[in-house]
Design a protein around this ligand. Structure first.
Ligand SMILES: *Cc1c(COP(=O)(O)O)cnc(C)c1O
Length: 341
């Protein structure tokens, strides 16, 4: 039994999900004639109370399309230094949009309204790039699954309104935040100009993201998606996986969070662990004591068929997910309890 805790993207579609996909009605989505894609787009838009949705092959493409939508070449966006859009999208912000990033030193990937306001360039000072967009990530990936209080996001929205900035949410794991903080997706829909959500992380679909926004913006995003090579044909089969995931898998996220908490509780008792970062959702980041090499710990666990990942600087990461079953969890807790050096 191999136990993969490297990421929540490693889940495989269940038999039930595959069955649902197999039975999807499809058409050519480049002509917007795929009923299942349209159903998914409308379903996610309705959930967040937003006007329209657009299906994307990946979260990266959805974020990149949003950034292109809200900016002009030469302008600047504001994000946390850990932001996925800056760190893990291959430099697409500059490649696709010709935009630079002003990175803020936030707390576990989360920034404040005060930080945002002080990072906005004076639009009269034409020597500096024009600030045009704020990108928020919730939950934070590199920040260890941390999630925002809605109040802070409202404050940042006010700053955006005051300075005429667009407001984008990278909500790849927004589902985890909604469950952990018992928040209402419509409260997010009201705040942001665009939201991207992933179906292929905690929700367990094999592929797919949806970008949400106004009808007018999604019309523009359709053209950008075409330019990025993201127009696809009979992809109702993939959209069906997303519909199945939304209907069946959101409720499982609370289990992922509970399991992450339980692993954290064991790790805190270990003398080779220096620190376990606060665990809010399904991502757990911990630091090993200086005298231990984290690669060595990874190998020790690998020998016991447990796979976790290193983040550099003595940090290790564990991510719980839909395919991490209770039997596996019991085994992982026991193994960690016994692991002493
Ligand atoms: C996974 C992820 C994305 C999108 O990644 P893809 O692999 O392109 O689907 C975007 N933002 C965050 C925070 C993520 O964790």
């Amino acid at each position: 039994m191999e136990i993969n805790l490297v990421s929540d993207t490693i889940t495989k579609p269940s038999i039930e999900m595959l069955h649902y996909m197999f039975n999807a009605q499809v058409g050519d989505d480049v002509y917007k004639q795929d009923p299942t894609v349209i159903a998914l787009e409308n379903k996610v838009a309705a959930l967040f109370g937003m006007e329209a949705g657009l299906f994307f092959a990946s979260g990266t493409m959805a974020n990149q399309a949003a950034i292109k939508l809200h900016t002009q070449p030469g302008e600047q966006l504001i994000a946390d230094k850990y932001a996925h859009v800056f760190n893990y999208e291959g430099g697409g912000v500059s490649f696709n949009s010709g935009v630079s990033c002003c990175l803020l030193d936030g707390n576990r990937g989360m920034i404040t309204a005060e930080q945002v306001e002080s990072a906005i360039n004076d639009p009269e000072f034409y020597h500096s790039p024009l600030t045009s967009l704020v990108c928020i990530e919730n939950t934070t990936n590199k920040g260890g699954g941390a999630c925002y209080e809605i109040e802070e996001l409202i404050k940042i929205k006010r700053v955006c309104e005051k300075h005429g900035l667009k407001y984008h949410l990278d909500g790849a794991r927004i589902w985890n935040a909604l469950i952990a903080k018992k928040q209402n997706p419509k409260d997010f829909g009201r705040l942001f100009d665009t939201i991207s959500v992933c179906l292929s992380k905690g929700l367990g679909a094999p592929v797919g993201s949806v970008l949400l926004g106004t009808k007018a913006d999604m019309k523009k995003a359709l053209r950008i998606r075409k330019i990025l090579g993201g127009g696809m044909r009979q992809i109702g089969y993939l959209a069906a996986a997303g519909i199945y995931a939304l209907d069946h898998n959101i409720q499982h996220l609370a289990n992922d969070h509970k399991k992450a908490q339980e692993i954290g509780a064991v790790l805190r008792t270990k003398n080779w662990v220096a620190n376990v970062e606060p665990i809010e959702t399904n991502i757990l980041i911990f630091t090993v004591q200086k005298q231990y090499d984290e690669r060595w710990i990874i190998e020790k666990l690998q020998q016991k068929n447990i796979f976790i990942s290193a983040m550099g600087q003595g940090k290790l990461r564990i991510v719980t997910h839909l395919d991490y079953r209770t039997v596996m969890h019991t085994y992982v807790l026991e193994t960690l309890q016994k692991l002493d050096f």
